[in-house]
Design a binder for this molecule. Structure first.
Ligand SMILES: [Zn+2]
Length: 332
């Protein structure tokens, strides 16, 4: 994968956004799936890395006035504690985004909790006919936190991470500005509690280009038996979906219960994780769904632990606890 060099002076912009949604049942004069959320708040904290620690350099906090979803969805209202009146106080999205880009600079690494914020930002830029290329690297801090808190593979909320490091909760959660501050403090704590060289190594290998598609899906045709259903995926997982090069194999495909796992390698694009799941239709026909994506820390952990399970127990996998039997049949 592209490995982003991090040195003294590298800047990080930890950011968070809130967005409003379409009201259920209401008709809009555009395709709602092209704007699943309209940004209403952007918060960010800028840091510069210096000699093993993060130095806070500035903050950004702006409300955006929505023009498509002008009435708060009840769920957004509940979570953010905003009112319809608050929305009117915001500035136009184009202005706020311009200021945000100026605040961030063109060299900083954007940092978020989860991958939904950069995706939503790009969706809004595209919807409003602005240049949707972010042009900077992005780091998802959530798996980095999981890695350094010994909870690899688990997805934790910002609040859970705040609790983990005993960060004082002086502010509400789910405002973009306070969530960006909390996420920034988690980032600071990760450096404080671990060897900076190890943190640097993890974040430099996890920084990605948010402007390229990272995940690719495939659904096989309906088949009568398991072998042909799994056979459907051969063309999809044989070549890199970005450049078409034939994949090399890091971990050869192996099957546990209803899932097939593998780790492939493209000379140009690096390692890709693949999981193919066997599913059954109501008429008993079998088909597979498959996902291929740029491998993340969590994917390496997942495929390695599944491989360990496979080497020990074979295709049937580890014996399942009785109460989980039902679960294993659908998730395998
Ligand atoms: Zn490739």
């Amino acid at each position: 994968m592209l490995s982003r060099k991090i040195t003294d002076g590298t800047e990080f912009v930890v950011f968070d956004m809130e967005w409003n949604q379409a009201l259920p049942g209401k008709r809009y004069g555009f395709e709602v799936s092209e704007l699943t959320g309209e940004i209403i708040e952007v918060g960010a904290v800028k840091y510069v890395y210096d000699n093993g620690q993060l130095i806070r350099k500035g903050t950004f906090s702006e409300d955006v006035r929505p023009v498509m979803y002008t009435k708060l969805h009840y769920h957004v209202k509940k979570v953010t504690n905003k009112t319809n009146k608050d929305l009117e106080k915001g500035r136009p999205f184009a202005e706020v985004y311009k200021d945000f880009v100026r605040f961030s600079g063109r060299d900083a690494i954007l940092v978020g909790w989860g991958t939904s914020d950069p995706a939503m930002l790009k969706m809004n830029l595209k919807f409003f006919d602005m240049d949707s290329t972010l042009g900077v690297d992005f780091l998802d801090l959530q798996p980095i936190f999981s890695l350094f808190s010994g909870q690899v593979g688990k997805q934790k909320s910002v609040e859970a991470a705040v609790d983990f490091y005993n960060i004082p909760k002086n502010d509400i959660f789910h405002s973009a500005t306070s969530d960006a501050h909390y996420t920034g403090e988690i980032f600071e704590q990760i450096f404080r509690h671990n060897k900076p060289s190890e943190v640097i190594s993890a974040i430099s290998s996890s920084s990605v280009n948010p402007d390229i598609q990272r995940e690719f899906g495939f659904i096989g045709r309906d088949c009568n038996d398991v072998t042909s259903a799994f056979g459907e995926v051969k063309g999809f997982v044989g070549r890199c979906p970005v450049c078409g090069r034939r994949f090399g194999i890091r971990i050869a495909p192996f099957r546990i219960r209803k899932s097939l796992y593998a780790l492939y390698y493209c000379e140009e694009h690096g390692e890709m994780f693949s999981r193919t799941r066997l599913k059954k239709r109501k008429d008993k026909k079998l088909y597979v769904t498959s996902v291929l994506r740029f491998a993340t820390q969590n994917d390496y952990y997942l495929v390695a632990s599944k491989k360990e399970e496979f080497d020990k127990f074979g295709e049937s996998g580890a014996p399942v606890e009785p109460q989980e039997t039902d679960n294993s049949q659908t998730e395998g």
